[in-house]
Design a protein around this ligand. Sequence first.
Ligand code: DAH
Length: 374
Amino acid sequence: MYTVPQLTDFSAEALERTVAELFAALESEAAKVTSDSDFKMFRDRWIARKNGILTQVNDVWLKGAPKDAKRDVGARVNALKVKVEEVIASAESRAAAGTSSARVAGERVDVTLPGIHRPIGMEHPVMRTMETIVNVFKAMGYSVGEGPEVETDYYNFESLNFPPNHPARDTQDTIFISGQEQKRQRDRLLLRTHTSPVQIRTMEKHKPPVRIVIPGKVHRNDAADASHSPMFHQVEGLAVDKDITFSDLKGTLDHAMKALFGSSVKTRFYPSFFPFTEPSADVQISCFKCGGTGRLSANEPCRLCKSSGWIELLGCGMVDPNVFEFVKHNGYDPKEITGFAFGMGVERLAMALYDIDDIQLFYAGDVRFLEQFA
Ligand code: DAH
């Protein structure tokens, strides 16, 4: 480590040599600066007011010089200060860039270092569940359709047998598009509250027979909580042909539930109401967690089915003849044909499948939750 020597010989050659030694020390210390903290130590060692090398040079060389050498020593000390400052400035910029001449010279590629890991994305659990449901029906010969998320009052309500101002509309708290007042009611736009409007859109385009599933996003004016979200997903189903009966509906959905939840689940069709089906039913499956007993052990109730032994999963029914009236012109004469329809909430199904107790987890984007499905 360089220390400032005492000067006894003030001859030009002696001064030259002493200054050269100082520069050599300066350069070699500067070359070792690779980081910010290195740089600060280096800078303080050389130019700190108190006891920095420049201060020592001033005290030891200049103040200690005999009168007749003062001029020469002073000039050399001034030149030396300029040089020291230059070297410090360039060390600083190298430290900031994170390199040093020493490191560049000795640099090697370390092939044993772990690489940069960029995790590959995965299908969102809601999308995966939607896909799984759709595939169950594809395997039964259903095709897949889609429809718009911004829908008219006609498709979302009227043609599904919700007449204007009918109280059944209140069961689907609707988000309306603003500025529609000047249009006829049936043309006013809203965010579809269910995927059922695609039933009518499909029957307008295709003559019977029809077997179709329709996955998609829907919106309701519901406050977000553990079981509600203003946006969620549904899969709609529609089968129309001659002689389709309620037992076709039961057989189809019983098979679908077994395909999704395991062959030991039972299904139960519980009377319900939807304007566009008659009769209508809610489909419940026996709880696959507790085996339908309502409890996991003698004193532990089953949370999944709330001790009831049954989980309600979807709505369904026989297509109401009033619905066919809206598409009669395309071969859907209610005297000739019948059909069944069903609609299920994808999140609700995913929550049952994966035992998730808060729907908001699907939308929070927390990787710790999502990566469990990878
Ligand atoms: N669209 C209904 C809802 O969102 C669900 C539904 C029930 C769809 C019965 C159907 C059906 O196709 O037949 O609450």
